[in-house]
Design a protein around this ligand. Sequence first.
Ligand SMILES: NC(=O)c1ccc[n+]([C@@H]2O[C@H](COP(=O)([O-])OP(=O)(O)OC[C@H]3O[C@@H](n4cnc5c(N)ncnc54)[C@H](O)[C@@H]3O)[C@@H](O)[C@H]2O)c1
Length: 354
Amino acid sequence: MKTVTVDASKKYDITIGYDILASVGERLSGKFGGCKITLVTDSRVDTLYSKTVIDSLSDNGFSVEKFVFPEGEKSKNKDVLFELLEFLAEKRMTRNDLLIALGGGVVGDMTGFAAACYLRGIRFVQIPTTLLACVDSSVGGKTGINLEHGKNLAGAFWQPEAVFCDLKTLDTLDEKIFSDGMAEVIKYGVIADRELFDTVKNGGLRNNAELLENVVARCVSIKRDIVNEDERENGVRKLLNFGHTVGHAVEKCSDFKVSHGSAVAVGMVIAARAAYKNGLSETDCSDEIIKALIGNGLPVSCDFSAEKLSAVALSDKKMSMGNVSFIVPEKIGKCKIVKIGSLELISFIGDGLE
Ligand SMILES: NC(=O)c1ccc[n+]([C@@H]2O[C@H](COP(=O)([O-])OP(=O)(O)OC[C@H]3O[C@@H](n4cnc5c(N)ncnc54)[C@H](O)[C@@H]3O)[C@@H](O)[C@H]2O)c1
């Protein structure tokens, strides 16, 4: 068992280990004893893990409501958000009560945003059940939903009270969804830690419980350090967006048929290749990144044109003053932020596609 503590606008622990779900009630009873809890989850995770968590909460004296929405990125929208907010109101949840997000990044982002909005802010706890959510989305307080115009366009910075990563839950993930999480793990290696990159580049993490725990803790520590320094993404936190500028465009162009992790994988390749061709990085890291992604079952290319990707990327919130922020690797383990003018974006992305 490992604990990583975030010390941003709120201080909280991320607990990482195995078989944590059944002790969630006990772990929360000290600080939150007596409050009402709404557990938010998706249709798939509900069938797998809700009962264990609800039993643990009930055994520790909590009264629990449950809100379930259909699994998948398409649910991360305003309709589901408002259904959830109305549900909380109907159940008379108060500002002393607590939400729990049990699931992947979609559940975490949705629940966190509802927690930020409902009664102008109530407390919530993250229980991530995908690798991606364990290493990335459950930590750092970015919450939100997608709008018609793009990914995560409505949201809030709202930190959880605690994060419980029960790595045993990852046993039931489809191979592909585990791989999606590996895209974010590889991202951490490229932006901050060559040793981490080398540890995971050949795949096989899923079959090594001890190494998995260490790798999740390392990723979360990298994110913690960045969030502690720049919670509101005015500077260094932008590094966490490596692969995401084009990645979000890939997701949107595919009508969300390409998952977030897979889209980020493609986005990292495009950013690394384009950066080298445009003299923005001294080393061409794209081959190493491609090998590591393939070694972890991830895609490295897409069928969308530079024109289409560029048009969608321009509506992304990472655009400012006519420029798009790109994170590009200087070498594996070190990235920097560069600005690409909107008029140059098509050719930049085009360079990355070839
Ligand atoms: N807030 C942030 O900082 C941040 C960071 C990265 C990504 N994200 C967001 O996270 C989302 C992607 O998250 P995701 O990849 O976890 O997707 P997801 O939440 O859609 O989960 C993927 C699938 O796995 C299923 N699932 C979840 N846990 C399972 C388990 N233990 N066993 C079996 N199936 C399980 C879900 O039902 C779903 O079908 C995107 O919306 C992305 O924008 C947010």
